[in-house]
Design a binder for this molecule. Sequence first.
Ligand code: PHE
Length: 443
Amino acid sequence: MKRDQWSSNFGFLMAAAGSAVGLGNLWKFPYIAGMNGGGVFLIIYLLLLILLGAPILLTEMAIGRSSRLNAIDACKAIAPKWGFVGGMGVIGAFFILCYYSVIGGWVLKYFFKYIVSSEIKEPEQYFESFTSSVAEPIAWHVIFAAIVVFIVIRGISGGIEKVSKIFLPLLAAFIVLIAVNGMLLPGSFEGVKFILKPDFSHIKSAGDFFGIVLSAMGQVFFSLSLGMGTLITYGSYLSKDSNLMTNSLYIPLFDLIIALAACFAVMPAVFAFGLEPSAGSGLIFKTLPHVFANMKFGRILAVIFFLLVLFAAITSAISLLEVIASYLIDRMNWHRITASVVPAAAFTAIGCLASLSFGKLSHIKIFGSSIFDFLSEFPDKILMPIGGFFLCILAGYIWGMPNFEKEVTSGGKYTFHFKRLTGFLIKIFAPLMIVIIFFASFI
Ligand code: PHE
């Protein structure tokens, strides 16, 4: 069977940016920035995005496109013993899907809640009692998973690309609208200041500093979908006519703009209504309902907001499932339908346990964390950085810069801007930074 391809580079860009832009931007970024001192976090994040994110993204795309294979076999094609790097990605993608789909379900629930009722009363209690109940969050999680499977079954150009081309521009337009609306609120200036003004009083020791750097690195990896084989897989469906170098700049730029817009959509409003910016993971579910309740057209804005979070979550989840499906299709010769449905059934089942860990199963701990937290921390803190590290070694030293360059330039067709800098970043800076930050986090 002929391997599917993106119908255009624009289609690929929308799908790759769709993978990058997700709950990580709209749900996680504002609260992580909020908990790590706003502006300071932003500066460190920006530096790591340029110095670690962009080069690793380029590496993943190049590895995928050179072999035109799934994440595991693409790494094997470079060095037969290195399939484990892709393997970690496939496992990581599975772990992420288990809990990502649970949050996707929450977003669906909030979206429908605002369609049927004008506001959410006592949002904190509402959130706690919803997430700790048994059947309802599981039902929404299953619906979310079903949407994701349905799209992946339709394939690359006919499913993932089509959906991303519609969802992503809509998402970008709406988030800007909501951000502008938030900034026009009286008292919102404090929020803008909080995001843009670095407040160094937060950093009292080297440990504090490392803590922020670690959170920023984790966020760069997570937000750009790195180390999970996603960009290797998406890159494998890309034509040789595409310019990888410019793609590796556009995707982080787009991702950054959406993350910033999410901050501007959330923070000014949080300040305008005197709420707590470092509320943590409940920020959009517990804090924003207060904001919407006090805003003109709050209900409509709430519907739009949760709809676009939903779009973002879907386009990311499909990229994760595609990592697994493409492996099962290439290697096991499975039909696309089976290759999508079987792993989806498995992640949905484990996701049910993750959902229950907010209520009935809250007593079960894995290495001291709840099931949900374990599923999210293991890929974030362990698999992504280790995967990123080995990816740099694989590309920089084993594949080697000449092969890397040949792929990036499409055999001499495009110029490899910042070639020497990229080589330095991939061979030395990125692996070193990952090792230092990784071990520092354990100490
Ligand atoms: N980048 C996605 C987000 O920000 C999450 C993701 C991680 C998707 C890894 C694919 C691979 O939500």
